[in-house]
Design a protein around this ligand. Structure first.
Ligand SMILES: [Zn+2]
Ligand SMILES: [Zn+2]
Length: 254
């Protein structure tokens, strides 16, 4: 997997097996997607579809141009397809996915599962690779929720939102309504939430945990990593922890 961009200024992640890949979200420009895939050394990977988590602009801003340019379908839930209809105008094909129903693209099996966010019908994805390895991907969610925790269990790589440090958010410059929204059950997972998820989902096969969607106002990579390392050490795992960046790609094995 390559996390091409992660954060409130744009999100895109490339999951791939061999030369075939699926882009999860496209909240950066089609040009930036191409440049970052090249920078990650993955220019050989052909994007066969774009799968959307939800309709917020930081997840869909570049999807229209990219899908048209590459001639690939956009996969999303009914709610996301409806809410993002302007962002998806003229894309070659829209395909509806349903939470709990697996879709297969280029050797990958993607299982959308419900997340908890102030969007129409948001989802995360559990991605099974031909190798048997499994990735869990959850960004933009106020809680882990029953369905999400179940869908993420047994993953070898866990990419999970670590949006904010609770204290930095409290003390930071955001207006009270926005702080409440971020902390709410349809807002964003904190570093502590990501650490709780790591501990909850820990198993011997969990090799990598990556924090996603770090706030540039209310978080630092250092704070996010510290929370994940503390949880990892507490449960006695040997997994790698990392934090995705807004500005440069991060390649992590699955
Ligand atoms: Zn977002
Ligand atoms: Zn969002």
């Amino acid at each position: 997997m390559a996390l091409l961009a992660s954060g409130s200024s744009g999100n895109a992640a490339l999951v791939y097996a061999g030369d075939a890949g699926v882009l999860i979200d496209c909240g950066i420009s089609a040009r930036q997607v191409r440049l970052r895939i090249e920078a990650a050394g993955l220019a050989h990977v052909r994007i066969e579809a774009v799968a959307l988590t939800h309709e917020h602009v930081d997840h869909v801003a570049g999807v229209r141009v990219l899908a048209r340019r590459l001639g690939v379908p956009v996969l999303a839930t009914r709610g996301t397809l409806t809410a993002a209809r302007d962002a998806l105008a003229d894309v070659p094909e829209r395909a509806m996915v349903r939470p709990g129903e697996t879709v297969r693209v280029g050797g990958l099996a993607l299982l959308p599962f419900r997340s908890s966010h102030d969007a129409e019908e948001p989802v995360g994805f559990r991605v099974a690779f031909p190798s048997g390895r499994v990735l869990g991907y959850l960004s933009d969610s106020g809680t882990l929720g029953g369905e999400a925790a179940e869908a993420l269990s047994g993953c070898h790589t866990l990419a999970i939102e670590a949006n904010h440090d609770v204290e930095m958010l409290e003390r930071g410059p955001y207006p009270p309504f926005l702080k409440r929204r971020i902390r709410s059950t349809v807002g964003h997972l904190s570093n502590d939430d990501a650490a709780t998820a790591l501990a909850l989902l820990a198993h011997d096969g969990l090799a990598t945990v990556v924090g996603l969607h770090l706030s540039q106002q209310n978080n630092t990579p250092h704070a996010a990593l510290a929370a994940l390392v503390e949880a990892r050490d507490r449960v006695g795992l040997a997994c790698t922890v990392a934090a995705a960046s807004q500005h440069e790609p991060l390649v992590c094995g699955v």
